[in-house]
Design a protein around this ligand. Structure first.
Ligand SMILES: C[S@@+](CC[C@H](N)C(=O)[O-])C[C@H]1O[C@@H](n2cnc3c(N)ncnc32)[C@H](O)[C@@H]1O
Length: 225
């Protein structure tokens, strides 16, 4: 998979993309990630990419032209189809299901807004999907893009060492994951469920299934519907 990200703060991404599983995924050749500075596609020598909103009002709007130029330049480098995604609080809310769908794409281009957002023509003419990571407002789309990229890259086959960890995690089969414990089994007076240290595989599986259901019913009954 190839991922391109367009932002006016490209340096923000290294903290996430150059660490841990995403870094390894790139090293293994499972994903190639390119971060582009939107200012490289500005029209003037001041590298300006924003302007005041028509009709007045507060703040600045990211202009359509630099985004158009950036997307065009990226598409020229890409082989095959690509999906352009705008990070936007007004978009459809992100979910594990959506992450799974995106993890199957060949080429993804993410556009990060800033300030008051992007010129509406970006949405209307340049973007295939809009993604919101929740009902709150961030200062820019960069953190949202990192959330989306992190969650979809770990779903690309071969990225996680143990593929079973994907099968049994929260939101798979509309359930939350069962509780997890690790060594030491004795700490203060905080017990570990006996079944987990019993070595009885069938009983452990049954316990996990039950706990998973209980937890989902208590915390996220909406998933069971
Ligand atoms: C301050 S926000 C603009 C909010 C916009 N004025 C509005 O009221 O809908 C600036 C940029 O941050 C990003 N952003 C903010 N909140 C987001 C969210 N919940 N999900 C995804 N992107 C978000 C978007 O790229 C947006 O263009």
């Amino acid at each position: 998979m190839r991922i391109d990200i367009i932002s006016i703060f490209p340096k923000m991404f290294s903290a996430v993309l150059d660490e841990s599983i995403i870094k390894r995924a790139q090293k293994k050749g499972k994903v190639k990630i390119f971060v582009h500075d939107l200012r490289d596609y500005a029209l003037d020598r001041h590298r300006k990419v924003d302007d005041r909103p028509f009709g007045g009002g507060s703040g600045m709007v990211i202009q359509v032209e630099p985004i158009f130029r950036a997307i065009q330049a990226i598409k020229k480098k890409i082989k095959g189809k690509s999906k352009v995604i705008l990070l936007c609080p007004q978009g459809k809310k992100f979910s594990q299901e959506r992450a799974r769908k995106l993890s199957k794409c060949k080429n993804l281009i993410f556009v990060c807004g800033r300030y008051e957002g992007v010129d509406e023509r970006v949405r209307l003419y340049l973007v295939d999907e809009e993604i919101s990571i929740g009902d709150y407002i961030l200062t820019g789309g960069e953190l949202a893009a990192m959330v989306v990229v992190d969650s979809l890259v770990r779903l690309i086959p071969g990225v996680l060492g143990d593929k079973n960890s994907l099968n049994f995690e929260s939101f798979e089969g509309n359930l939350l994951e069962y509780p997890q414990y690790s060594r030491p089994s004795q700490f203060k007076n905080w017990p570990v469920p006996e079944v987990l240290v019993s070595g009885a595989h069938d009983k452990i599986q049954a316990w996990r299934k039950l706990e998973s259901l209980k937890r989902t019913r208590q915390r996220r009954p909406d998933l069971l519907k």
